[in-house]
Design a protein around this ligand. Sequence first.
Ligand code: PRP
Ligand code: URA
Length: 208
Amino acid sequence: MPIHEIRHPLIRHKLGLMRRADLSTKNFREMSQEVAALLTYEATKDLPLESAAVQGWCGQIEVEKLAGKKVTVVPILRAGIGMLDGVLTLIPGAKVSAVGIARDEETLQAQPYLERLVGALDQRLALIVDPMLATGGSMVATIDMLKKAGCRNIRALVLVAAPEGISAVEAAHPDVQVFTASIDSHLNASGYIIPGLGDAGDRIFGTK
Ligand code: PRP
Ligand code: URA
């Protein structure tokens, strides 16, 4: 599975700020969306284009436009919502497929609880968004769900990825490309990414 660690200076800077424990909820939220937009730019660099004839100021001209059905963005609830608007800033016409997965804090098993997918998934690129790829259970369950619904073109955007999660996605879904702002060191005994960001959902929603 291709894993792309996007080492752009703006991403490095923003992620450095997000790692600070004293960053406010407001700033953490804003930066999640900003980094998501920067990852979107990288993850969509090879989208296919087609030509179209339009009426320009000097007469008819040929321009380029994105080919095929609209992209679907797939936020993994809850924390994935914290990246959604960042993606939609660059792809405002995208459709949104919401997937609810909760990680059991004791067993670390991913528990799916919601599936609201858009139609014609076999013709769309799906961009899954979730701040954290930890054990990989939530991401693998989401990709399983999308593939079961016919989706064949899937990419994932995560703020921080642990080597354990990367290996899990690679083993289950070697065709899925993952774009991340950072490959971190490891998971601790509670399944948290080190150094990571802490509980991303809590930091985005201001819970705890
Ligand atoms: C977090 C995170 C991922 C998942 C990562 O969500 O946003 O979805 O854990 O862990 P994994 O790779 O080990 O599956 P969580 O289940 O805590 O729910 P939340 O989004 O409601 O905070
Ligand atoms: N979920 C989080 O929010 N943070 C982690 O480090 C791991 C899972």
